[in-house]
Every structure is written in C-alpha cells, then in structure tokens.
Design a protein around this ligand. Structure first.
Ligand code: NIG
Ligand code: FE
Length: 420
C-alpha cells in the first residue's frame, strides 16, 4: 500500500475508529493511539497505527511528511447544522435582543427570519457565493472540514434555488464538503397566507427542487407561531414522497412533539431540542434519528434553558453538535468554539463533545461512512493541534491551538493562514 501524505508521531491520535455513530458510554471512548502514525494515498486514509506497523507500507519518495511530535491529531470537525448562504445583517436586531426584546417577539414584529428573507431575495447569486465563501473560510479556521448548509431564507422558488445553487457552486470551488438541505418550511413568507404557501410548497416547490437534485435533505421549523404538527406532517410527507431525506427544527422554544414527529418519519435528525419531552427522548433513544444540539443558540440568545443532555446521552440518543450559524440566533461558525460551549455550558464531557462534533455529526448529515473518524478508506480530513493532549484544548479555552487543517490529504490551514 502506498502513502503520499504521512503524519508521524502524533502524541495522541484520536481515531474514534468505526464508521457508525456512538451512543451512551461509548461517546467517551475516543480510541486514541499514542505516538500514532496516519498516512493517506490520493486523499484517502491508507494507513493508521504505530511506527512498527509502517514497514508493510511504501512511503513515496516525494510524500509530504508532517512530524507531529508533541501534537494531538483528530478527525476534521463536522458542522451538522448551518444556515450558510444568506444576505444582509441583523446587528440592530441583535442590539434590541440584548436590550431585552425576546427572539420570538422580534419574529412577530416582522423582523427575524423575515428580514433575512428580504435581504436574501435582493442579493445576487454572485454576491451570495462570495460572502458565503468567506464564511466557509472562517469555518475552516474553526476546524470544520465538512458542513451541512440550509436554504430557507428565500421561501419562494427562485430564491431557494439561488441559495441551493450557491451551495452547489461552493462545493465545487471550496475544499470544505457541503451537504445541502432545502429548508422550505423555515417560516411563512412575508405577505402570504400560510395555506397558500403550504399548497405551493407541496405541489410546486418540493417537486421542482427534488427534480433539480439540488438538496439531499428537506427541513422545517415546527414551532408555535410558525408551523404546527399537522402542517409540518404535510410538508414532511410530501418531501419524503419526492425522495428527500428529512431533518426537523424541533422543540426549540416550545414543545409541539417535534422529536416524536421526526422519529415517526424516520428523519435523519431532530435539531435544537431544548424543550424535548421525556417521550421525545424515549422516541429518539429507540430510533436512528440523531439529536443535533446547538449550544451557540444558548450562548448567543442568552437563553436560560438548556437541552437535557445528560438524560439524552444516558438513554442512548445519538447526540451530535452543530453551530446553527445564522444571522439571528447564532452568528457563530467556529466548531471548536461550539465544542467548548458544549462542555462549559451544556454538560458534555470533553470526550462526548469531540465525539458529537465528529463521527456523530457526520452521521447526522449522512456522511459517517466518509468522514468523522480516522480509519482506512475514509477521507484524510484531520486537525493537528500544537499541544500534546486534547484536554489542553478545553483547559485553556481561549487559546487557539489549531496548527494544521488537512482536507483530503492537502494542507488547507497552516498556522493562521489558509493555503488554498
Ligand atoms: O435554527 N429556528 C429557526 N431558525 C434558525 C434561526 C433563523 C434566524 O433567526 O434567522 C435557527 O435558530
Ligand atoms: Fe437552524
């Protein structure tokens, strides 16, 4: 077996070995190889182990070699929930929120999602690609090598296609892998009757976007004042019939049985879950639907209610992490920061946060066979930190230890510099 890229002597090679998500106590087992070596060929991992095992492999003469002595190495992080391509900025609304106006109250006053819908409808495709490209660069600096990205700020066919088209182009021109989601059920468009929109969505938009093949997942927001359970059910049914896999913004500000609905439809994930019920936890724990936890929202909106993380993990729910990067409730797209918020604010252990942000997040976007852990055949997507133990990353949370980001066997971040 040949090796054209080799990282040798990692103080801790965090492998998370395996290509399926981890539940319960297994989330604490990072499967670390001390003084580990990892090599790849053509961007795929071809070797993982210790120095003595390397003798059966051929390291090519001009192979790129990194000596990671005294450095931790782990899989590239996966951001399983972002609203990457949007227009405009909601800084003024942010100030209002800090001055005491609740997030859902702003939505009621016609700000919130609706104001980003307006700005996203106005922006050109070219401009949308360009600003989203800069955002992706920031994701890389935060350790992400694969992300999910949602539309949902157009709510008309033309703009939703523009957002999904931006994601398609970015997937071609940017090293980060992006999994596209059509968030057609994000809100009711401005100046539109809900029933009229639902009709259009189900009979026109969902079939048309499915036909274009621009998104893998369909997503909706089940929430008081947005879509109720029966309305959400109609959308999910139509999306499923048109070949989409499903995701759901569920149990965020109120509990409308979102987690249970996601399980009923065999959704890949239920996201937010701050107000998930006992029944919802039970349903998730018995299913293959992942919970996507978004600590950035708790932090950014100064929430006081946390999702019941301990209970979810103890009951065996597949728990993953995302940034929820968006202009209203989490203007954060740094996954290392998110993993730290998970530990400091939401009761994850350090090991659970790493597992949730790698293999479990990969599962939440259907990429667990490709990324999220280090094993032969998977993409050579790795992070190398300038410190000997992963504990230091949390022990000194304000310090940036990230030294290299490697995507498919190419260095894309070297120190603070992007190299693509
Ligand atoms: O995931 N919850 C609904 N949607 C986004 C926020 C969107 C916005 O405020 O623009 C979320 O938090
Ligand atoms: Fe979201």
């Amino acid at each position: 077996m040949k090796i054209d890229f080799l990282v040798k002597n990692c103080s801790e090679l965090i492998t998370l070995f395996g290509d399926s998500p981890k539940r319960g106590e297994d989330m604490n087992d990072l499967k670390i190889i001390k003084n580990g070596y990892i090599g790849s060929s053509g961007g795929r991992i071809s070797f993982i182990g210790t120095e003595d095992m390397l003798k059966d492999y051929e390291v090519e003469e001009n192979a790129k070699i990194i000596d990671a002595e005294g450095k931790v190495c782990m899989p590239g992080l996966v951001d399983s929930h972002t609203h990457l391509p949007f227009g405009g900025n909601r800084a003024e609304e942010f100030k209002m929120k800090l001055d005491g106006v609740p997030y859902m109250e702003l939505q009621k006053r016609g700000m919130g999602i609706k104001s980003t819908v307006k700005a996203t409808r106005e922006i050109s495709l070219k401009e949308l690609i360009s600003i989203s490209q800069n955002r992706l660069d920031e994701s890389v600096k935060g350790g992400a090598t694969t992300i999910e990205a949602k539309s949902g700020y157009g709510l008309d066919l033309e703009t939703e296609i523009k957002q999904l088209e931006a994601i398609r182009v970015l997937n071609e021109i940017h090293p980060v892998d992006i999994i596209p989601t059509y968030l057609g059920g994000h809100d009711v468009p401005p100046d539109t009757k809900k029933d009229d929109y639902l009709n259009k969505l189900i009979n026109e938009y969902i079939p048309e976007i499915a036909k274009k093949g621009l998104a893998k997942y369909f997503d909706a927001f089940i929430e008081e004042g947005v879509y109720g359970k029966e309305e959400t059910r109609l959308m999910l049914k139509a999306a499923k019939e048109n070949g989409f896999e499903l995701k759901l913004h569920a149990d965020e500000f109120t509990n409308l049985g979102g987690a249970e609905l996601a399980v009923e439809f065999g959704a890949r994930s239920a996201e937010h879950l701050v107000r998930i019920s006992e029944k919802g936890i039970e349903a998730l724990s018995q299913s293959d639907t992942a919970a996507v936890i978004l600590p950035g929202v708790f932090f950014f909106l100064r929430e006081d209610k946390k999702p019941p993380i301990r209970e979810m993990i103890e009951k065996g729910v597949i728990v993953s992490l995302g940034s929820d990067y968006n202009p209203g409730s989490s203007h954060i797209n740094n996954m290392l920061f998110i993993a730290k918020l998970a530990v400091f604010l939401e009761n994850f252990s350090m090991e659970e946060a790493i597992t949730a942000a790698t293999i479990n997040s990969a599962y939440a976007i259907g990429m667990d066979k490709e990324v999220g852990s280090l094993m032969p055949g998977k993409k050579m997507d790795i992070l190398i930190f300038d410190t000997p133990s992963y504990i230091d990353i949390f022990y000194e949370p304000s310090k940036n230890f990230l030294r290299y980001v490697i995507k498919e066997g190419e260095i894309i971040l070297d120190g603070c510099k992007l190299t693509y």
